[in-house]
Design a protein around this ligand. Structure first.
Ligand code: ZN
Length: 88
């Protein structure tokens, strides 16, 4: 199935797996690995596809607690199947 870019309406989105800085978590240092990112070759816009968001937020919470409240501590998670795994 073709996915046309919603921004320019011309490009055909190309999907790939990337590592992204997840700023929507409310924490400054959350990185997600193996996340689907769709890019438009025409306008260079990109869309990050995050699955299992509720599970992700719970995993981030637990990782933040484990890091002893150090807000600057980096949290690395990886999408594995339909779940998020915290990486040490
Ligand atoms: Zn586009």
């Amino acid at each position: 199935m073709k996915r046309t870019c919603r921004d320019c309406g011309k490009g055909e989105l190309v999907g790939g797996r990337e590592r992204v800085h997840y700023t929507d978590s409310g924490l400054p240092n959350v990185w997600l690995d193996n996340v689907e990112v769709r890019r438009c070759p025409v306008c260079k816009e990109h869309v990050v596809i995050i699955l299992a968001v509720e599970h992700l937020h719970r995993a981030i919470e637990l990782a933040a607690i484990a890091s002893d409240g150090h807000e600057s501590a980096r949290i690395n998670l990886r999408m594995s199947g339909r779940k998020w795994q915290v990486l040490a």
